[in-house]
Design a protein around this ligand. Sequence first.
Ligand code: GYE
Length: 318
Amino acid sequence: MRKTITTALAAVLFTALTACGSGGDAADDGKITMGFAQVGAESGWRTANTKSIQDSAKEAGIELKFSDAQQKQENQIKAIRSYIQQRVDIIAFSPVVETGWDTVLQEAKRANIPVILTDRAIDSDDTSLYKTFLGSDFIDEGKKAGEWLAENSDGPTNVVELQGTTGAAPAIDRKEGFEEAIKSKPDIKIIASQTGDFTRSGGKQVMEAFLKSEPDIDVVYAHNDDMGLGAIEAIKAAGKQPGVDIKIITVDAVKDGMTALADGEINFIVECNPLLGPQLMDLTKKVIAGEEVPNRVVTEETTFDQEQAKAALPDRKY
Ligand code: GYE
C-alpha cells in the first residue's frame, strides 16, 4: 500500500516538474530542437544519410543535436537519455539493433518527448513508443536481390552471404527476403553466412575466410555495398576476378558501389535510399504541430544492373 502511494506521489511530482512544456520548449521560442542518435559511420550509406539529415535540418530551420553511437546500442541509449535530460522537442534515431528499446523509449514518453524512428525499425509490441517509422522495406530489398539471382543463374549455384550487423533490422530482413526469393530454385544454395558488420573491413575479412574454407563459391550476396567492396579486395587477392569468377550482389547503390557495378566488378545492386532528411524534417514539423502522421512511411527505391549503373552514375549524388 505504502509503495503504491509513494509511486503515485512520484508520478504527480514528475508531472509537475515536466508540466511546463511538452517535451522541450518549442512553444517558447518557436524553434524546434531535435536530438538525433545516429548508428555510426560504418558505411557510405551512413555518411550520405548523416549529411542528408544535417543539411535538411538546417534548411528546415530545425536545431539539430547529433550523436554518433559507433554501432553500439549502449551509446545510443546514453544519447537518447541525454536528449531527454536536455528537454529537446523531438528525438529521432536509427536503432542499431531491433530489440531492447522499451525502457528508454518509455522514459521519453513519460517526459512527453515524441520519438520518430528513421531507417531501422525496432521490435516492440508497444507501438505507442514512437510516432512513425520512416525507412525502406528491407524484406523487399532482399527479395529483389534473390529474384535477380533466381532469374540469372543456371544450374547449381553456391552463394556465400555477408550479413549486416547482427540483430539489425536490415540484416534480419535482407536475409529473410533473399531466402524467400530463392526458395523456388533448389539449385541455389547458401553455403556460408556470417556478419561483416556492414563495414568494408568486415566484408573483406569474412570473405577471406570464406575463400579459404569454401573451394566452390559462385556468388556473394552482401547486405550492403561496403561489404561487397571489401569482398572484391579479398577475391582479387585470391587471384580471382570479381564479377566474373565470382558474381556479386549488394544493397545500397552508393557511389563506390555503383562505380564497381559499372566497372563490371559487381553484378547487381538493390537500391536503398539514404536521403531521408527532408521527409524526416517534414514529419517532425507535423508531429510538433500535433498533426496526424502515418505510422509507417516507406521509401521508394529501384535496382541497377551494370548498364543501368553506367547510365545513372554521372548524376549520382552520393
Ligand atoms: O544498408 C548499410 C548501413 O540501415 C539501411 O546500414 C541501413 C544500412 C545500410 O550501414 O550500408
